[in-house]
Design a protein around this ligand. Structure first.
Ligand SMILES: C[S@@+](CC[C@H](N)C(=O)[O-])C[C@H]1O[C@@H](n2cnc3c(N)ncnc32)[C@H](O)[C@@H]1O
Length: 319
């Protein structure tokens, strides 16, 4: 038991070794042919002794193998390279940056109930991202890597072809709407997000719309979907977004939420919820908390469905 506890204290070392290798493109360099410590150290301007220990730590993490002084990526290591179709490079980088600094200030959030992020960086998370294009891009690449995996089978769990159109509100780089659009060729698909995010989208098979959901959601679609949106906001702000969704939809229009329902997940998503307290103005809610919130914006609850290990699709209609 004590041994386990001690391992937990330093478990972040393993993660930060991986995160640093991703940040410094070390997995990409190995893939591109830099196969020895000397070649890597020269190319990346790294300290050879430290690099050698880092390589051993990455070998322990089963991301690479060192055979006769040559370094080879394992399947796990390949997933941490930039162009791998299943890449998790930016998801890996994400958690070791500002989020980790916020976690180091959990005591501030514990005492005040306020976001450590805003306390440290003097602005809200989304305002902070908007001011730095490379941070914004890295965050959305990380979100996209999670979303690509989380939503890949969503159309097997739910039939969106019952609708004529659907708009993904706060759709980031489009992982969700892309899957819905590919599986439902007759469905008109739209993605709505902040202008600076829309500008990051390169290729798309859906219409893109720039805007701010606190101001207005355009009336272009009879169905809206919001994934991991409402959990970013406190009740007061969430209701403003939901009222704008209400105004955007026709009568009987459907609003889908995708969220982590804490009462439907075994460990109550407690760590995820703490993360929300630290970074955003919110926390992960229960199904009944979502029902109460949505009723305040005149939506009627229809049903909910589990779509993956963590998330549920929660279905409401506009009265
Ligand atoms: C937690 S991310 C969720 C992204 C994506 N839906 C997913 O499930 O991975 C929140 C999204 O809301 C967008 N967003 C934040 N504030 C917004 C606003 N005022 N208007 C429109 N979109 C906003 C962000 O740009 C981001 O794409």
């Amino acid at each position: 038991m004590k041994q386990n506890l001690k391992k937990t204290f330093t478990s972040y070392w393993k993660y930060l070794a991986l995160q640093t290798a991703c940040k410094k493109d070390i997995f990409d360099l190995i893939l591109s042919g830099k196969k020895t410590i000397n070649e890597l150290a020269k190319f990346g301007n790294f300290n050879k002794t430290v690099l050698s220990d880092l390589m051993s730590a990455l070998e322990q993490a089963e991301t690479l193998q060192i055979i006769e002084n040559k370094i080879f990526l394992t399947e796990k290591g390949e997933v941490l390279t930039e162009n791998n179709p299943n890449s998790l490079k930016y998801a890996c980088i994400h958690w070791g940056e500002e989020t980790m600094t916020a976690w180091q200030n959990l005591d501030y959030t514990l005492i005040t109930g306020k976001q450590a992020f805003n306390h440290i960086y003097k602005k809200t998370f989304f305002d902070y991202l908007a001011e730095d294009k490379s941070k914004l891009e890295n965050y959305h690449k990380a979100m996209n890597e999670y979303a690509r995996d989380d939503y890949e089978n969503i159309c097997e769990k739910y039939d969106f072809s019952i609708h004529e159109s659907i708009m993904d509100i706060g759709g980031s780089l489009g992982a969700l709407i892309n899957v819905i659009s590919k599986n439902n060729p007759n469905l008109k698909c739209y993605l709505f997000d902040l202008p600076e995010v829309i500008e990051l989208i390169k290729k798309h098979n859906y219409k893109i719309i720039k805007g701010n959901f606190f101001e207005n959601i355009p009336k272009v679609s009879e169905t809206l979907i919001m994934s991991r949106i409402i959990h970013d906001w406190n009740d007061k702000k969430a209701i403003i977004i939901l009222q704008n969704a209400y105004k955007s939809l026709p009568k009987n229009g459907t609003l889908y939420l995708i969220e982590n329902l804490t009462d439907k997940i075994e460990n109550k998503a407690a760590l995820l919820s703490l993360n929300m307290h630290l970074i955003t103005e919110s926390y992960e809610r229960t199904l009944s908390e979502y029902k109460i919130l949505l009723e305040k914006a005149n939506f009627k609850f229809v049903e909910y469905k589990k779509i993956n290990e963590l998330q549920h699709l929660i279905i409401f209609i506009k009265l």
